[in-house]
Design a protein around this ligand. Structure first.
Ligand SMILES: Cc1ncc(C[n+]2csc(CCOP(=O)(O)OP(=O)(O)O)c2C)c(N)n1
Ligand code: SF4
Length: 344
């Protein structure tokens, strides 16, 4: 008898099992399922302990997906469009958590747009994923605010309102990592997710994720066929975490290397020579131009690796607030009186 086959473990000695979740109840072929698979791979390959992770969501088919990855992580399935405030609270209570939020284009772009705006401007340290299918999947396919003008519903009804480009909005508002990808592009999405996990600040990723049941027909601009045809990758994205030997050779003429907060390296092999992902205006121009051509620019669109995140800006103590003794977080009457006296 040969040796029993040992399960593959990652750099912290964990097997894949705690990175997986429950069995999906979404439609077969839904783009959201492919995104969950990539999230599992990214956390496993980065060697992040699921017990250090909090996964958050709003309401929608997309917002159900945290049940399908990282079974051992903490989780909170919040109210429709309200995940950003819950995430902000959780991170202020425990700054050591690694946070991942999953939302839909309806959850973010419609009911949750106010919360989204403030999350982006605060640069709250979390990976924020929009699973973007241009419709409200859970409530049977009504247009969402990311649906393009002229895109049709299954019954042929065209959408006549202009879309919100969540990436453009995020860049404008101050998010320090903004990317767009496609659920069907395994390699690109995995590299972006790994870089997002390493990033310190808001990493906003809009992932085009077709809804096979309500928005995958001819006439939809969020169908598999349309997205495949109009995906305009901004070049190859490669991410080398700090714990891997950085020995990759890149031609400096065609590649930008961005050093992340923790020393990891992000290599962006550019299609357009002049594209600089740290240039806000260039990112906005790229999104405008591709949108005008009916295309989706994918890849890392904008990055500002050293921007201070919200937790640092607030100058919180190093010990998570949740672990401080009551006497420290509620100092009592005498201390309060002394503070008041100081300000008289
Ligand atoms: C306060 C509130 N309003 C409306 C709803 C109904 N509702 C549930 S999910 C949803 C939209 C989901 O769309 P999206 O966020 O794009 O996610 P998807 O299902 O497409 O993944 C709506 C309007 C709700 N649950 N709560
Ligand atoms: S209805 Fe659409 S978004 Fe919801 S699970 Fe089915 S395919 Fe996915």
């Amino acid at each position: 008898m040969g040796e029993p086959v040992k399960a593959k473990t990652n750099r912290i000695g964990l097997e894949m099992a705690p990175y997986r979740g429950g069995k999906t109840t979404l439609c077969a072929g839904c783009g959201h399922n492919a995104i969950s698979e990539r999230i599992i791979d990214a956390f496993f390959e980065m060697g992040v302990n699921p017990r250090d992770v909090i996964k958050l969501s709003g309401i929608g088919c997309s917002s159900k997906t945290p049940a399908y990855f990282l079974a051992d992580a903490h989780g909170f399935n919040s109210v429709h469009g309200r995940m950003p405030s819950v995430a902000t609270g959780a991170l202020l209570a425990n700054r050591k958590m690694i946070a991942i939020g999953v939302s839909g284009d309806g959850d973010t772009g419609a009911i949750g747009i106010g919360q989204f705006v403030h999350l982006m401007r605060r640069n709250v340290p979390l990976v924020y994923i929009i699973e973007d299918n241009g419709c409200y999947g859970l409530t049977k396919g009504q247009f969402s605010p990311t649906a393009d003008v002229g895109s049709t519903q299954k019954n042929g009804q065209p959408n006549d309102l202009p879309p919100i480009d969540t990436c453009m909005l995020a860049v404008q508002l101050g998010a320090s990592f903004v990317a767009r990808s496609f659920s069907g592009d395994k390699k690109q999405l995995l590299a972006i997710l790994k870089a997002a996990i390493a990033h310190r600040g808001t990493a906003m990723i809009d992932v085009l994720s077709p809804c096979v049941t309500f928005n995958d027909h001819e006439g939809s601009t969020k169908s598999y066929a349309y997205v495949k045809e109009h995906d305009e990758p901004g070049g190859e994205v490669n991410f080398v975490p700090f714990f891997e030997d950085i020995s990759v050779e890149y031609d400096p003429g065609t590649t930008t290397a961005v050093t992340m907060h923790d020393g990891s390296k992000l290599y962006l092999k550019k299609v357009a020579e002049e594209y600089n992902p740290t240039d806000k205006l260039a990112a906005m121009r790229l999104m405008h131009e591709t949108h005008a051509r009916g295309e989706f620019a994918t890849g890392i669109l904008y990055i500002e690796p050293d921007k201070d995140d919200f937790v640092n800006q607030l100058n919180l103590v190093d010990t998570p607030l949740a672990f401080l003794p009551t006497g420290t977080v509620r100092p009592g009457r005498e201390v309060l009186d002394a503070v008041m006296e100081e300000h008289r």
